[in-house]
Design a protein around this ligand. Structure first.
Ligand SMILES: NC(=O)c1ccc[n+]([C@@H]2O[C@H](COP(=O)([O-])OP(=O)(O)OC[C@H]3O[C@@H](n4cnc5c(N)ncnc54)[C@H](OP(=O)(O)O)[C@@H]3O)[C@@H](O)[C@H]2O)c1
Length: 334
């Protein structure tokens, strides 16, 4: 095989046009790693936050190949790896933060950061799932549990994480209330499985709590947005209830008095942590195996708003940062 490959890299932080097409050496897998021929990736906020220099601690070494999500075909296997063989169709979250990522012809990552891709959707489409589905899964199945009939409030219900959160909570049998800022987004949230939707831009928290929750608030509030949303989450949850979030921005000066007053639980997810630590990577692969089963059972489906070629990564980042999309933006290797 060729010893060189194409990669879309950044050599400095900057706006979306900072990406450059480069020719780099094809990486070889270490003993616990696999190499995957990349079919697709997708855009997550972490990718454009790294590109913009907002989270320098997460950046791979420069010149940096970004993007966390990947779907592709196993091409080489390290000597300690039993779970995969060449030709397997896989999806995963091997790098893009902490180590080189997926925006290239090949990516190498710890075998524990991959799983066999779902059979029931095109391989490329499974690249829309890893970051957002792992995050939603950890929020609803790791940081808390959701039982049949639980009242669950999902913020940001048509974003990447939220649109999986709605489907998962619905699959667990919850009574799902979803917030979204436009009518089109609320219609999509209903299609995804929300029982009721709320325009949070013109509805007071007390109003939607009174209308859609019993027991003084929701059993669980799912917050993949942060800031104001994390603050209102503490108003919308019932006494002894649970708030799960992806965010720390508000938490930096967050007043925990409302949590104390209502004896709340707070679960905070950092899904990329095993990649950053280079430890406990099997969490990722094990959860992705479960997620693939859910997809194949019809419980979950990624909603793909639009597709871009790798060469169009700057356009995809601009669109993602403008927030003018629902579900996911896919990047397809051509
Ligand atoms: N900690 C972790 O492990 C982890 C993992 C994944 C994601 N995240 C973080 O979670 C957040 C959501 O990720 P995502 O993939 O769901 O993002 P996304 O696809 O861009 O969706 C974000 C949603 O948030 C809502 N929103 C409210 N205010 C917003 C604002 N000022 N700007 C943009 N969106 C706003 C929007 O819904 P409405 O228009 O309906 O308000 C939008 O649909 C990001 O900050 C991301 O970095 C963290």
């Amino acid at each position: 095989m060729a010893s060189e490959m194409r990669a879309f890299q950044i050599e400095e932080y900057g706006d979306p046009d900072v990406f450059e097409a480069s020719t780099v050496e094809v990486p070889d897998p270490g003993p616990d790693e696999i190499r995957v021929e990349v079919v697709a990736s997708s855009v997550n906020p972490v990718d454009y936050k790294i590109r913009g220099g907002n989270i320098p601690d997460f950046a791979p070494e420069f010149p940096a190949t970004l993007h966390c999500d990947v779907a592709g075909v196993v091409d080489a296997v390290g000597e300690n790896v039993d779970a995969f063989e060449s030709g397997d169709e896989v999806y995963g979250m091997p790098g893009g933060a902490g180590r080189q990522g997926a925006l290239a012809d090949y990516v190498v990552g710890h075998a524990g950061t991959f799983a066999h891709a779902p059979d029931s959707i095109p391989l490329a489409d499974s690249a829309a799932l890893p970051v957002v589905a792992l995050t939603a899964w950890e929020m609803l199945a790791d940081k808390t549990t959701v039982d049949i009939g639980d009242e669950v409030l999902i913020y940001g219900a048509t974003g990447g994480v939220g649109h999986i959160g709605v489907q998962l909570a619905d699959w667990f049998g919850a009574d799902v209330t979803a917030t979204a800022s436009s009518e089109a987004k609320r219609d999509l949230a209903t299609e995804l499985g929300a029982d009721v939707t709320v325009d949070y831009t013109d509805t007071a928290v007390e109003e939607y709590v009174t209308e859609h929750a019993t027991g003084g608030g929701f059993d669980t509030v799912f917050d993949p947005v942060g800031d104001d949303h994390l603050e209102t989450a503490f108003e919308a949850v019932r006494p002894f209830g649970t708030v799960v979030t992806t965010e720390s921005s508000a938490a930096q000066d967050l007043d925990l008095a409302p949590m104390h007053a209502n004896s709340l639980e707070l679960g905070v997810v950092l899904v990329i942590l095993p990649v950053l630590l280079g430890d406990r990577q099997e969490r990722i692969g094990d959860e992705l195996e479960t997620i693939a089963t859910l997809v194949d059972n019809g419980a979950l489906e990624p909603h793909i708003d639009d597709r871009y070629a790798f060469e169009e990564v700057a356009d995809a980042h601009r669109r993602a940062e403008e927030g003018d999309f629902v579900g996911k933006l896919l990047l397809v290797a051509e």
